[in-house]
Design a protein around this ligand. Sequence first.
Ligand code: 5AD
Ligand code: SF4
Length: 487
Amino acid sequence: MSDIKDVIDRKTNTDEEELERQRNCIKIASELVRERSEHLGHSITYHVTTFGCQMNARDSEKLSGILEQCGLTYEDDELEADVVIYNTCTVRDNANQKFFGHLGSLGAVKKKRSDMIVGVCGCLSQEKSAREKILASYPFVALIFGTHNVFDLARLLVIVLTREVTKGRGSTVTEVWDDTDRVVEDMPVKRNYSFKSGVNIMFGCNNFCSYCIVPYVRGRERSRTSEDIIGEIKRLAAEGVKEVMLLGQNVNSYGKGLSEDITFAGLLQKVEKIDCIERIRFMTSHPKDLSDELIDVMAASDKICRHIHLPLQSGSTRILASMNRHYTKEQYIDLALRIRERIPDIAITTDIITGYPGETDEDIDDTIDVIEKVGFDGAFTFIYSKRTGTPAASMPDQVPEDVVKRNFDRVLAKVQEISTKQAARIEGRVMDVLVEDINRQDPSLVTGRLSNNLNVHFPGDASLIGKIVDVKLTQCKGFYYIGERII
Ligand code: 5AD
Ligand code: SF4
């Protein structure tokens, strides 16, 4: 036991020392898991439930990778697993509600299965009020950790497993860091797909859009070095990955703060040179930082996908200023049209919030005007959600619910009308498709993704998964296609 204490309490000064310590924690955790498995008479299983964005999906792959290295095996049913980790989102209140709904259901199961270990991590754990709620109302939760110490799961698992022995059950281990400058590389990862992978290029956000909680829960912006990113993508390529999605809250400001002189466009050019990587995507772009250099690099590339997600948030210059977005309606339209001009087959998608404090019908008219002028290929439309601690939460003129609902419906109807028209532009064409899955409704079909991010369903079988094939887009169904393979 003293050895264990020594490892889990050790101070580390460098990322290499931390990595070494994590390897030791994985060894100790594996031993504890083996003992537990012998005691219970079955292998110990885990389930990671992910809420929210691509960033969380990638973190969950890291959590799963660590748990598997610790000797746990995957269980598909959340309610059946021995260790359940909730990787949470708090960007809007409905994400919180959804999570607490899951936690409530699990509480009933946990009453019958005292051996179950429940952990909560992710963005919601970073909020003090949410942690207090978990501790007060869901005392069966054994572990709470945050967005900055995902890499530390093996050590946290050791603490939970040994605490159960030494202190009795019911004492929640809570380790949440406010921020970090640390990026621990080379930790294990279990990928959800063999042929595509997310790759973090940066963490955190410095933009402080006035409605958004992300900068408070994901910390300050920090970029990984291009050497680490390229090294990771080369390894992925060697393992058979064909498509990478470069991930960051604001990829266009990649490179700031690094000792090397590199921009996001420069990074893309390096990624393009990697053999066997056939498709490159990225997410998310902030319009204020999107450079002409990036447009040039995209236009010249045959690997960078013909899709850009460019959150608009609002079409009203007045609201954009209040949101702290640093662009006007006209600047956004100009940027989007410049992108369309240089890369004609590109799909531009966006995020739009309705119901931001002080928003009027005229502001919505502006948003609708931008939707029409840019011709979005798709949009996520959100109702503004008040996030405690953000500047917008204490603004006067919060918009009444019925007005928000009416405006939301107007925006949604316009988005649907325009994006359906946009999708129909390529009906009848033959395009390359990366096959991702067997179709869920009809197993005689497979589902693939076009470079422009639209899905197409066409006759095929599991042998096609992970392959890039030519498909004729025979029928546009609004936001997806029915097609047939051309050999
Ligand atoms: N309310 C509604 N939508 C929000 N988003 C971020 N914060 C909020 C909020 N408080 C949306 C933005 C962002 C997307 C990821 O979530 O549109 O681009
Ligand atoms: Fe939130 Fe704005 Fe940062 Fe996006 S850029 S994560 S909306 S603060």
